[in-house]
Design a protein around this ligand. Structure first.
Ligand SMILES: Nc1ncnc2c1ncn2[C@@H]1O[C@H](COP(=O)(O)OP(=O)(O)OP(=O)(O)O)[C@@H](O)[C@H]1O
Ligand SMILES: [Mg+2]
Length: 368
């Protein structure tokens, strides 16, 4: 966006609105940001892209499952930009009640609605000369989408109840774990806004697709957690390491971070064993780990993956479909092969033969 000579049109910019306290605070530019770690080829490419686009004013759309580092990347884009001394205003669109979204984002004039007792700038204005991070953009109601698009195209914001627009200079970074293109197809997200946001797209890979990164992240989080706990030289047993490498991390980097913090908290000696890791990590989730398929009861996190699968639905062979179904049944029975075989109506030998053909390891399965 073009930087305006001064603040909002014809008026001084509201540098310090009186009722700032209940707003999300812009992150101070000098708060150190944790590094974005990643040795895998995909992360290396991603880091190069982040470094390349950060100094530009291009709008960036960050896509990826929960816990993959979308917010970390958004903050890095700000810190590496020429706006780093300006505010970084993060707005979780999904967490704002629909009735408040427009007044929070665009602000309002006194008397614009019942309860508007004073003039108030919105978060877009608060991000002036900085970065506006619109998290969970897929949850934005259509009416607010129209206003946002207008703001992005004109560099102007119009507070509710005001006729005169104010100039704003913001760089927008948006993120979502949802499939925005699918939302566009369903008519829930405006295609013109989608194109306006999708100038540069950064897709965060899930942790299970980042070969080698688990070890790197694990030792970083282990170092940090031990330092914070005032403990030194903690290390994992080989079994614990193997477990970390084998698990599929549906909650991605956040889940790994928390698992290690948990292990450090519960462990006694200097060595962290598999038993110190959370039960969820110790209990195999065959389905996601082996097949990249979400169990049908795995909850919201798995929906993104399930959707990805749906896109390729027509391309799948009978064997793929069989494999998915068999693994789902196995997962539902917690890896109990006898119970799964019974439900599938095949013998255990037949089930084992299928699993062998698909290269599914037996570890973590019961009834072998
Ligand atoms: N590559 C990485 N290197 C180091 N730490 C990371 C990395 N990716 C994520 N993290 C850490 O993992 C945690 C989750 O990251 P973040 O909040 O950015 O994820 P997110 O994609 O925004 O998740 P959600 O969709 O749930 O909001 C944070 O503590 C973040 O610092
Ligand atoms: Mg986030």
């Amino acid at each position: 966006m073009v930087p305006p000579a001064q603040g909002p049109l014809g008026q001084p910019h509201p540098a310090d609105p009186p009722d700032r306290a209940r707003r999300p605070r812009p992150a101070p530019a000098d708060v150190p940001l944790p590094p974005i770690l990643g040795a895998s080829a995909r992360m290396q490419r991603l880091l190069k892209l982040v470094a390349r686009v950060a100094p530009t004013d291009s709008t960036v759309l960050i896509l990826g499952e929960s816990g993959t580092g979308k917010e970390l990347v958004a903050r890095s884009l700000h810190v590496l930009s020429k706006r780093s001394q300006g505010p970084f205003v993060a707005v979780n669109v999904g967490a704002l009640p629909e009735s408040l979204i427009e007044s929070e984002l665009f602000g309002y004039a006194r008397g614009a609605f019942t309860g508007a007792v004073s003039d108030r700038p919105g978060l877009v204005e608060e991000a002036h000369r900085g970065t506006l991070f619109l998290d969970e953009i897929g949850d934005m109601p259509l009416a607010a989408q129209v206003k946002l698009l207008r703001t992005l195209e004109s560099n102007e914001v119009r507070r509710l109840g005001e006729n005169t627009p104010r100039l704003v200079d913001v760089r927008v970074v948006a993120a979502t774990h949802r499939d925005l293109q699918a939302l566009v197809a369903e008519g829930k997200f405006r295609d013109d806004l989608y194109y306006r946001l999708n100038v540069v797209q950064i897709e965060m890979p899930p942790l299970r697709e980042r070969a080698g990164d688990v070890g790197l992240l694990a030792s970083f989080f282990l170092d940090r957690a031990s330092r914070r706990a005032g403990r030194r030289a903690l290390r994992f047993t080989p079994e614990a390491e193997a477990l970390l490498g084998r698990y599929d991390w549906p909650g991605n980097v956040r889940e790994l971070e928390n698992a290690i913090e948990h292990a450090v908290a519960v462990s006694e000696g200097p060595v962290l064993s598999a038993a110190d890791l959370p039960a969820s990590v110790r209990t195999p989730r065959l389905l996601t780990r082996v097949a990249g398929v979400a169990p049908d009861d795995a909850g919201a996190d798995a929906q993104g993956r399930a959707r990805g699968l749906g896109r390729d639905l027509d391309a799948r062979s009978l064997d793929d479909v069989t494999r998915e179904h068999v693994l789902r049944v196995l997962s539902r029975h917690d890896g109990n092969a006898s119970a799964a075989a019974r439900q599938l109506g095949v013998s255990r030998t037949t089930l084992w033969r299928m699993l062998k053909r698909w290269g599914v390891p037996r570890d973590g399965m019961r009834g072998s």
